[in-house]
Ligand binder design. Structure first.
Ligand code: MG
Length: 187
């Protein structure tokens, strides 16, 4: 059997890993980190390379990543294969007629990226499925987080992601409802 390359996990930020709150005077960015975030990153980094794709601005992304580093010791900004912000998103009108940011999965076909990670080995974690409307095959949807201190999503997500890390083509997996299946299987 040929050896599988390490997979790539592309992480959304707002409402997926953290929640932005009003900055105090003199601050540019203030975020609350989702419960278990530091441990989640340490765990998934054992099986996945990591990247960031946010529809927020680059300043917001870097500010939040600095908070993440300070509070958890995990330097995602340094370890990420890429840090993509709003400049890598498209502003598109959806079926409902509303405009919103999209993350066009065709950007995963970039030559340098494809040389490292076949598209079947790229997963994207996001709380807004519409962001990946053209790339559902990559998407693992999480519940949006806005501050609930009892939230356990990341603990389950780490277990789920590690359980599928050796799948040859993630796009062939049914990933909707991942958490209920994980609970039912007792993992
Ligand atoms: Mg989000």
């Amino acid at each position: 059997m040929s050896e599988l390359s390490r997979p790539l996990l592309v992480l959304d930020l707002d409402e997926t890993l953290w929640y932005g709150v009003e900055p105090a005077d003199g601050e540019v960015v203030r975020v609350r980190l989702r419960p278990g975030l530091g441990q989640f990153l340490e765990e998934v980094a054992q099986d996945y390379d990591l990247a960031v794709w946010t529809a927020a601005s680059g300043d917001w992304m870097r500010g939040g990543l600095a908070v993440l580093h300070a509070e958890t010791g995990f330097d995602l900004a340094d370890r990420a294969v890429f840090l993509w912000d709003r400049d890598r998103c498209s502003w598109r009108r959806g079926e409902d007629g509303d405009l919103s940011w999209r993350k066009p999965a065709r950007k995963f076909r970039a030559g340098w990226l494809r040389a490292l990670y076949p598209r079947g080995r790229i997963l994207a974690v996001d709380d807004v499925p519409g962001n990946y409307v053209c790339g559902y095959g990559h998407l693992v949807r999480v519940t949006p987080w806005t501050g609930d201190a009892s939230d356990t999503e990341l603990r389950y997500l780490a277990a789920y992601l590690r359980s599928i890390a050796t799948v040859q083509d993630f796009r062939t997996l049914e990933k909707r409802g991942w958490r209920s299946r994980l609970q039912l299987s007792g993992s």
